[in-house]
Ligand binder design. Structure first.
Ligand code: PRP
Length: 212
């Protein structure tokens, strides 16, 4: 009996992450993609999965409310939580991109306005390029910002590119590959080492297949 609590990012990664855990031998009989339930228990291995908003996954794990978590590298870079990053799961693959209108690439020698859910990543990126920015933090539907004149460009994750395309925007620059990671609480890795090592081994072998 493992008695592990794993926080998963709701949304695009949750379904694949639950599937990976099931491939490791967990059984979540009451899980369905469309369910509104937030906690799922696997009776066989005693693993409890909680579905939380993606930026909250590192918070739950850092504070010890969850022993481990599965969340995108985008969130880990943005939130800078004090957790261990253990395995690249090779799911939820996408890229952090600068995007905007095809015919209106901003002049980087002038100050530009950037809308994003990722102000820290955006700040680091443009700082490295030596570009001055005004960063506007939004919580979603970032593609709207250039359309309504709130920003010159956006920085966001792009997976299929459909959201950009359907809103008349294009990728200007793809600068960071993103995928989901297994993370753990620092104390849990010591106190529940055997259990977490089992999750690491099981998920790592599946992740290799996903990556190949
Ligand atoms: C993400 C991201 C883009 C979209 C990209 O948003 O912020 O809007 O997905 O995916 P695509 O390239 O496959 O179209 P999400 O769906 O998480 O919703 P949000 O805008 O409400 O944050």
């Amino acid at each position: 009996m493992k008695n592990l609590n794993i926080a998963l990012a709701k949304g695009r990664v949750a379904d694949q992450a639950i599937q990976l855990l099931m491939d490791c031998g967990c059984q979540f009989d009451d899980y369905s993609k469309d369910s509104r339930k937030l906690i799922f228990s696997d009776k066989k291995n005693n693993i409890k999965v909680t579905l939380v908003k993606s930026p909250d996954v590192p918070v739950y794990v850092e504070k010890g409310a969850a022993d481990a978590g599965i969340v995108g590298k985008d969130i880990l870079l943005e939130e800078k939580a004090d957790v261990y990053e253990l395995v690249n799961l090779n799911i939820g693959k996408c890229h952090m991109c600068v995007a905007g209108f095809a015919d209106k690439k901003p002049d980087y020698s002038k100050k530009i306005t950037v809308a994003t859910k990722y102000p820290n990543i955006t700040k680091d990126h443009f700082h490295k390029l030596g570009v001055l920015t005004d960063i506007i933090k939004l919580n979603g539907s970032v593609e709207l910002a250039p359309l309504i004149g709130l920003s010159d460009i956006i920085v966001d994750i792009v997976e299929s590119g459909k959201t950009l395309e359907e809103n008349g925007l294009v990728v200007h620059e793809k600068f960071l590959p993103i995928s989901a990671r297994l993370i753990s609480n620092k104390v849990s890795l010591k106190t529940k080492n055997e259990e977490i090592q089992w999750v690491i081994r099981s998920l790592a072998s599946l992740a290799d297949q996903e990556g190949s």
